[in-house]
Design a binder for this molecule. Structure first.
Ligand SMILES: N[C@@H](CCC(=O)N[C@@H](CS)C(=O)NCC(=O)O)C(=O)O
Length: 232
């Protein structure tokens, strides 16, 4: 059985969606990152980087217990656990899939996250930072839109982990001040993924805990304060 230590954020949703698409049984361990659960010893034992998502598979390779953090590593693991599903077997498409997964991990996630921080969470509004990351958000949308003019899916011909890892960052475009109508190919891709029943189940995991309204001072302190630099 796979335990998913998670919270309803884009990085958490990637793993929920992949598990649903693969129809793998799993249990959810909520890690309330606004309350500081990511700093608790049981979670730090799985992820010393104190970020969700992480998994524990009690039935890993050779029946061994496996723990994993970093969402891309988790998605590759889940694919391999199921005989390579959701990562194309054709070598060209396979490398395209890995390439776009890295693009999400190195570009989309960090840049969108920084935009969100400076535009929505930071107490001090720093115009340079908001503009810098806002430009990056738009540039990355353009890169994805262009890719999707030449291929139906990010990896090429089939829906794959590259789409699953990117989709949670493209939904809710209002949070990034983005109009998906400006990126018609990306919108076509988004709408096709959003309609998948497994995706709908994945984004519903822990949805009742999703933040509504502005971040409280206590949450801000946990996420961006001293605790961030002095994990317990
Ligand atoms: N590169 C990591 C990023 C994980 C990440 O940033 N998770 C966020 C939620 S989306 C988190 O746990 N934040 C808690 C904190 O900042 O203390 C991954 O892809 O798994």
């Amino acid at each position: 059985m796979i335990e998913v230590w998670t919270w309803p954020t884009p990085n958490g949703h990637k793993v929920h969606i992949a598990l649903e698409e693969l129809a793998l049984p799993y249990t959810v361990v909520p890690v309330n990152i606004g309350k500081g659960d990511q700093f608790k010893p049981d979670f730090l034992a799985i992820n010393p980087n104190h970020r969700i998502p992480a998994i524990v598979d009690t039935d890993g390779p050779g029946g061994q217990r496996v723990t994993l953090f970093e969402s891309a590593a988790i998605l590759i693991y889940l694919s391999e656990k199921t005989g390579g599903r959701l990562i194309p077997s054709d070598p060209i498409d396979r490398y395209a899939c890995l390439q776009w997964m890295m693009f999400q991990m190195g570009g989309v996630g960090p840049m969108f996250g920084q935009y969100n921080h400076f535009a929505n969470y930071a107490v001090a509004k720093i115009p340079y930072a908001i503009e810098r990351y806002g430009n990056e958000v738009k540039r990355l949308h353009r890169v994805l839109d262009k890719r999707l003019t030449e291929a139906e899916w990010l990896a090429g011909r089939e829906y794959s982990m590259a789409d699953i890892i990117t989709f949670p960052w493209i939904r809710n475009p209002d949070r990034r001040n983005v109009d998906l109508g400006d990126y018609p190919h990306l919108k076509r891709w988004h709408d096709a993924i959003a309609a998948r029943p497994a995706v709908q189940r994945g984004v519903a995991v822990l949805a009742e805990n999703q933040r509504r309204g502005p971040m409280t001072d206590a949450e801000r302190d946990v996420m961006f304060g001293r605790t961030q630099f002095e994990p317990r």
